[in-house]
Write a protein that binds this ligand. Sequence first.
Ligand code: 4NP
Length: 176
Amino acid sequence: MPAVPPTLPPAREPGRYRVALVCLGNICRSPMADVVLTDRVRSAGLDDRVEVVSSGTGDWHVGHPMDRRAAAILTGEGYDASAHRAQQVQASWLTDCDLVLAMDQDNLRDLRSLAGGTADPDRVRLFGDFDPLEPGAEVPDPYYGGTDGFQVVLAMVERTCDVLVAAIRDSPPEDN
Ligand code: 4NP
């Protein structure tokens, strides 16, 4: 983890800091990140300060549970993947959420397009911008690959969520 956590944009409104995680289908990468970040937030005692949500840019899987391979990897590491149901991102998330983190460049481009070119680059950006090992990396889409791909996703998600939680924890309370 970086010695000094990155600075996050301030909360738009008083209340819980809203972090949205976005991939293509909302059944693999962003729900894995949602479950891990929610777990880390709870462990840090920040439940009352942070809200985590996730969605996909596409609508094919709306209402579906997490991909069984993603759920199996999470369950094997002690996380609870059972509550997830996929949803599609809404344009309002881009103006309401404090941080909207895309898993890859395609997702980011689609989010910027949904915002009609008005997305704040400090708030709508790559999840991998906070990756301490590979800053700016994309989280590779594991859907058409094997189990290895899901393990790569989990490792990226865990180390990046650690940075995000440290950044939120170290922000002044009035900022989030
Ligand atoms: P995700 O993975 O964006 O990480 O949820 C995918 C899930 C489904 C599809 C592609 C990627 N799909 O083509 O249905």
